[in-house]
Design a binder for this molecule. Structure first.
Ligand SMILES: CC(C)(COP(=O)(O)OP(=O)(O)OC[C@H]1O[C@@H](n2cnc3c(N)ncnc32)[C@H](O)[C@@H]1OP(=O)(O)O)[C@@H](O)C(=O)NCCC(=O)NCCS
Length: 170
């Protein structure tokens, strides 16, 4: 059983920079997840720092999922500067030895629930890869339309929105 999921939220480049100075393991953990997941990204700590600093200039978040206190999977994304309150999911990976146990789905669901509950975001968008598409379809059902979320397949992108509560539309 994964023991927890945690969000690290950054509002500005500088906030991210200050955090990284104090938390030296943060980038190490992300690189380790990347290297142990089979994903085709090839960041080292320095290039990842530069990449994230740019992504996080205007709101970004990293979510870690832990197993016995070890970070074994992550999602990161940022507020799309052009989209209407869209959180653009940019990275999603689970370490190989923990794949296929439902942890990726658990992490995605947590991120959707957490972000779409706030007024910061009204949509989660991502380039559709096999894994993200499979999990999005499982979270929204065969028709992409569960009681909670709607999945819109928009070209090579997947977009998840949350359904308005009945009291909001009455
Ligand atoms: C994609 C990834 C994060 C999924 O994590 P995971 O913990 O293995 O996924 P889960 O066990 O929660 O899978 C949930 C369901 O989705 C399905 N699924 C997951 N990845 C899949 C894939 N690549 N292709 C098809 N189905 C997939 C699982 O079979 C499972 O189905 P089930 O509910 O019917 O049993 C993980 O495989 C990974 O890190 N892959 C390498 C990086 C990557 O491709 N990232 C996505 C693009 S950024």
């Amino acid at each position: 059983m994964a023991d927890s999921i945690k969000e690290f939220k950054f509002n500005t480049k500088n906030e991210f920079h200050q955090f990284i100075i104090k938390h030296t393991d943060f980038l190490k953990d992300l690189v380790s997840i990347q290297n142990s997941s089979g994903i085709s990204y090839n960041f080292n700590r320095n290039s990842l720092y530069e990449f994230l600093k740019t992504d996080f200039k205007n709101n970004g978040s990293v979510f870690f999922i832990y197993e016995n206190k070890e970070p074994i999977g992550a999602i990161w994304g940022y507020r799309d500067p052009f989209g209407d309150k869209e959180f653009t999911l940019s990275f999603f990976a689970i370490k190989k030895e923990y794949q296929g146990k439902g942890l990726g789905k658990k992490l995605m669901k947590f991120v959707y629930d957490k972000l779409l509950k706030t007024k910061r975001y009204n949509k989660i968008g991502m380039i559709s890869e096999k894994g993200t598409r499979a999990i999005n379809e499982r979270l929204t059902g065969k028709k992409g339309n569960s009681s909670k979320y709607t999945l819109k397949k928009n070209g090579c992108r997947d977009e998840i929105t949350i359904k308005p509560k009945l009291r909001h539309i009455l």
